[in-house]
Design a protein. Sequence first.
Length: 156
Amino acid sequence: MKTFVLFNRTLSPLNSSGTQAREWYRDGGVDLPNWFARPEVAAAIAETYPARHKQGFCIWFTGLSAAGKSTTAEILTVLLQELGRQVTVLDGDVVRHNLSQGLGFSKEDRDMNIRRIGFVAGEIVKHHGAVICAAVSPYRATRNDVRIMVGAERFH
């Protein structure tokens, strides 16, 4: 009987569950073995639960104006692109000019701007995209709302 070892974990027909196999695939980015699932089933699992390197994520930079959020976001974007990952950058100043035009700087307006950025980021992540956000987002409660919108496991 065949067993497979990946990242110090063993998967065999006798000791594996569907959840273990899905995680094994997702973590390792390898195809499920033929003894586990027919190719069309394995393809559906791969689409529903993509490998870690194909999952969407959001990296959120926050800080005061001119603290280096956008600069750091651009450097990280280049590094991720060099690894073959497409990345979207949502810069707070750019979003405020294009998506949140007319909002002021009251707490309510700031929260609305951050929630709009969070909504767009969540949509990108949902479709397996990588997004880097750089915005003055001074209120923890609003950032937590965005974390929930994006998905806590995908928000960094």
